[in-house]
Design a protein around this ligand. Structure first.
Ligand code: FES
Length: 183
């Protein structure tokens, strides 16, 4: 079993694949354990390296919190949105948006509280802040990219700053009420 200090050896460090950003515990993968740190939680490294779909249990993500994980080498944010964040996202007139998309187009029906997006700013690829406790979420309760000042809203849509596009939504589907498969 890999553990957090394992940085060498035959098995890549599993912390590379999932970073919990809250006090909540997370669980990923088949038969995953719920533990406070993430090193044991990520899918098998070989599975990830192969680009296979990964299963993610969202139940440990408390409302208002988010996790980060890597899939196919790309950072992904998963946020359990508050009612306020959802209401703000729904209230936006998409005609005012640079990259017009409704919140419904960016979430799954019946699971609107969860938002799943790639964690790479669409300007020049910095990692936006807003997934970890204490980080600024920007002016629209989403994410803030400090590199050049892009603000994303609580649906991950670009609202202010130089980024041209919304944070993309990766391919995923719900397999149970609080479980998704990414890929
Ligand atoms: S890379 Fe995010 S604003 Fe430039």
């Amino acid at each position: 079993m890999a553990h957090a200090t394992d940085t060498t050896g035959t098995e890549p460090t599993r912390r590379d694949f999932l970073m919990l950003t809250t006090g909540a515990f997370g669980a990923v993968g088949v038969g995953a354990l719920v533990v406070p740190l993430v090193s044991q939680l990520a899918p098998d490294a070989q599975v990830v390296a192969a680009g296979a779909p990964i299963d993610l249990d969202l139940a440990p993500i408390a409302e208002g919190q988010a996790i980060k994980l890597f899939w196919r080498g790309k950072l992904i944010f998963v946020r359990n949105r508050t009612k306020k964040e959802i209401d703000e996202a729904l209230a936006v007139d998409i005609a005012t948006l640079r990259d017009p998309q409704t919140d419904q187009q960016r979430t799954k029906a019946g699971h609107e509280k969860y938002l799943v997006v790639y964690g790479s700013c669409t300007h020049l690829g910095c990692v936006p802040l807003g997934s970890s406790p204490g980080e600024p979420k920007g002016e629209f309760d989403g994410w803030f990219c400090p590199c050049h000042g892009s603000h994303y809203d609580s649906s991950g849509r670009i609202r202010k700053g130089p980024a041209p596009l919304n944070l993309p939504v990766p391919p995923y589907a719900f397999t149970a009420d609080t479980k998704i498969k990414i890929g």
